[in-house]
Design a protein around this ligand. Structure first.
Ligand code: ZN
Length: 377
């Protein structure tokens, strides 16, 4: 609306490329995945000015500002990948066409697996996993948790190999694009994965599935490289802060005044911050970390202590023999997914400054899985 362009449901609805949509089963679809002609600020502005002159359609007021009308309007992965693609896939698996649908027993099994992970989800996640029966009420952050972390675990052996591999292409590509270093170092690979994901969607779920939402995944790697990572250009900070604002309202009377007063109190009270930090002990589920050189560790001491030289240290079980959790579509160690034998560890003091990459730690029988937490908002 603010750019004064066609909406996503129009025939030229993609704001990043010029592909013409195809009308399939009552919706506009974008089946093409390669040789896309990308829009640029120059071609966009020229077209808008031509439209104003020939068709008297006024240009967007943003056009007059010194900004890039294509690059500075990023695709938001919170809406497109989490609330869009991820919810669409899950809905298809539980209620869709028979060829992709899970059985009632399988749905129950996935729900049980999700619920069993609740105790392992670190407190930096605002929500714990819920069952699939609540899918219509899942928030964006729960869908991200599924897309990037838990989905890989709970869908294994439940979805057919084809559907699982297809989901994994999406999950791994998204994981790469969340980390600022991986988004740059593996940008070409994530583009290949997303392109494969979109192309394969047509074979697995049908042409009517190829709406703008799915198509936009092809453009996500370019957003990550332009802004540094997907978290640098998403709606998550706004959505998260909305939640915080809501919790500040105590009664129905003058809610805005209440919010303004509470925010003022927080801003002048340094204590609030330190109390929150002190709550987060290095105990389950907040004690898994990825160390450098492919090592992981589990903190076994709740607080940071000092060693003889006065440096802050934490007693940890360090796992040096870390296997990949999976090898398809790539070695999972690239995105920080490791598998270790719980007995094969060395207990030692780890400098606190090395504990910068928190991970989800899942323990089952003799095995521990570490999933590096890649999002930062
Ligand atoms: Zn496009």
């Amino acid at each position: 609306m603010v750019k004064k362009i066609k909406q996503y449901s129009g025939y030229y609805g993609c704001d990043k490329c010029t592909q013409k949509g195809r009308w399939v089963s009552g919706r506009v679809t974008y089946p093409k995945v390669d040789n896309l002609i990308l829009r640029s600020d120059e071609t966009h502005c020229a077209e808008m000015i031509r439209r104003e002159q020939n068709e008297s359609i006024p240009v967007s007021p943003f056009l007059r500002l010194p900004m890039d009308m294509i690059a500075q309007f990023p695709i938001d992965y919170m809406h497109q990948a989490c609330l869009g693609v991820m919810r669409k896939l899950i809905t298809e698996w539980i209620r869709g066409d028979r060829k992709a649908r899970m059985s009632a027993v399988q749905i129950k099994e996935v729900t049980q697996r999700l619920l069993s992970l609740r105790k392992a989800i670190p407190s930096c996640f605002p929500r714990k996993p819920r069952g699939l029966e609540d899918i219509d009420r899942w928030k964006a952050t729960e869908l991200r948790q599924f897309a990037v972390y838990t989905g890989k675990i709970v869908l294994k052996i439940i979805l057919s190999d084809q559907l699982y591999d297809h989901f994994m292409a999406f999950s791994v590509a998204l994981s790469l694009l969340l980390s600022p270093s991986l988004a740059v170092n593996h940008n070409k690979y994530s583009t290949d994965l997303m392109t494969y994901f979109v192309a394969k969607t047509k074979d697995l779920y049908g042409e009517q599935f190829m709406v703008y939402n799915i198509h936009s995944m092809i453009h996500l790697p370019a957003e990550a490289i332009h802004f540094g990572s997907l978290d640098a250009c998403s709606a998550f900070p706004f959505e998260n802060f909305l939640g915080k604002i809501k919790r500040l309202v105590r009664s129905g009377k003058q809610p805005l005044v209440q919010v303004a007063k509470r925010l003022m109190e927080i801003s002048v009270s340094p204590q609030t911050q330190s109390v929150v930090a002190a709550k987060c002990k290095l105990s389950r589920p907040n004690n898994g970390f990825i160390l450098g050189e492919g090592k992981c560790c589990e903190a076994i001491q709740e607080r940071v202590e000092s060693d003889e030289s006065g440096s802050p240290v934490v007693l940890c079980k360090v796992f040096e023999k870390c296997e990949p959790l999976f090898m398809d579509p790539c070695d999972s160690r690239i995105i920080g997914c490791f598998k270790v034998q719980s007995r094969q560890c060395r207990v030692k003091l780890v400098p606190e400054q090395q504990l910068t990459r928190p991970a989800i730690l899942l323990e089952k029988n003799q095995e521990i899985v570490f999933l590096s937490i890649l999002h930062n908002i």
